[in-house]
Structure formats: structure tokens, C-alpha cells
Design a protein around this ligand. Sequence first.
Ligand SMILES: *[C@@H]1O[C@H](CO)[C@@H](O)[C@H](O)[C@H]1NC(C)=O
Ligand SMILES: *[C@@H]1O[C@H](CO)[C@@H](O)[C@H](O)[C@H]1NC(C)=O
Ligand SMILES: *[C@@H]1O[C@H](CO)[C@@H](O)[C@H](O)[C@H]1NC(C)=O
Length: 205
Amino acid sequence: MQEVLFLVFLSLTSVIAYDNCPKCGTMDVPYPLSTGDSCGNPSYRVYCNNGVLNFLSATGFYYKIQSIDPSASRLIISPPVILTNTCMSSDLSLGGLTIDQNSPFNISSRNTVMLLNCSEGILLSPLNCSLSSPCRVFERGVGEGRGCGDTLCCSYLKDSSMTSHRIRARVGGCSAYTSVVDLNPGDVNFHAWHYGIELQWIPLT
Ligand SMILES: *[C@@H]1O[C@H](CO)[C@@H](O)[C@H](O)[C@H]1NC(C)=O
Ligand SMILES: *[C@@H]1O[C@H](CO)[C@@H](O)[C@H](O)[C@H]1NC(C)=O
Ligand SMILES: *[C@@H]1O[C@H](CO)[C@@H](O)[C@H](O)[C@H]1NC(C)=O
């Protein structure tokens, strides 16, 4: 009986090994992430474009994958760039980041999202739009944020009470955003901030 179990175990591990996708550029693509039909689990689709691993939003925008932590079922994508001398995220015309409701991925609760160049209406919502909000630090200190200087900005910690499938950007709302993973409250050392949007996926059991 033990031998049978051992054989079953061996064949399972070899299936998993076979199912791993090849590296994309220099980055490992751990199971269940899948860059094509012949490897990984197709529900966990990511895209290898010219050696760069990308996450595709529901609206068709590619976000570069910075890092993957398969043991925690998490990955971090780069926030969209803010176009030079503007305060517009490169995914603005698509409404920001949208993940399909039926996708196994969602936005984790370790992201401090900074909404930039917001209209006054945003003040009604429960956001930190004060002069001490970390988004002010971003606007003042980081080159990419300068186009957003002196506009209304707000930040919030993405938590489980909010939609975990969307970070909204729109003309007449907030036209740009960025995100910092695992930001300690009061940490104004923006050089050391980890800019990214952390996603998590439903682990395979
Ligand atoms: C906004 O964030 C700053 C920095 O973390 C904090 O000191 C301040 O109390 C927050 N204000 C509000 C209204 O939450
Ligand atoms: C800020 O947003 C408004 C629309 O909401 C837009 O017209 C304006 O160009 C944006 N500012 C910058 C600096 O991009
Ligand atoms: C996001 O995904 C994680 C992992 O699958 C899950 O535990 C969590 O409940 C999801 N959050 C929401 C708000 O759907």
C-alpha cells in the first residue's frame, strides 16, 4: 500500500514539474501561472511578451509583473506609468485597473493606493485627502508624480470592504494613481517605497 502511495506521489510531482512553464526572460513562471496552453493552469494566464512577463487586465492593458511569491500565491505588478508632464495614468482611457470578477486574481489588502488629480467630489468618500496624506509625499518627491503637483490627491489602504477587482482612474474623477505595497503609516522615505500593486490568486488545493 505504501509503495502504491509513493508511486502516486511520484507521478503527481512529475506532472507538476512537467506543467511548469518555461522562464520568461529571466523570470521563473511558477505553477499554476500559465504563459500558454501547454503549461501551467490555463485559468491563471499571464503573458510573456518579448521576454517580459505581463498581467493582462479585463480591459486589455498589460501590466509588467515585477515579482512572484508562489508560496504565498501573490505577485506584484508595476503601476501604470504617469505620462510625462501630465497627471494621467497610461491606463486612464481604460478606466484604470480592472480585473475580471471571475478571474482567480484579485487586489490584495496590502496596497496603499494614491489617487491623483482628483475632482472635489471625491472628498465625500472615506479617503485620506489631507495635506499629510502619503500621496502628497509622492507628488512632491517623485519625478513621475510632479505633473500631479498642486492637484487634489487622496490615499487609502485597499481593504476587504472595498472592491478587490478595480482601481479606478477617470477624467473628472482622479486621472492618475499609483500604489505602494506594505507602506508603514507615516513612512515618508519615498525613495524606499515599494511601488507596485500586489495581486493574490486563489491557491490550487
Ligand atoms: C493621513 O495619513 C497621514 C500619514 O499616514 C496621517 O498622519 C494622517 O493622520 C492621515 N489623516 C487622515 C484624515 O486619515
Ligand atoms: C487633471 O484632470 C482633469 C480632468 O479631470 C484634466 O482635464 C487635467 O488635464 C488633469 N491634469 C493634468 C495635469 O493632467
Ligand atoms: C481575494 O482572493 C483571496 C485569495 O483567493 C481570497 O482569500 C479573498 O477572499 C479575495 N478577496 C475578495 C474581496 O474577494
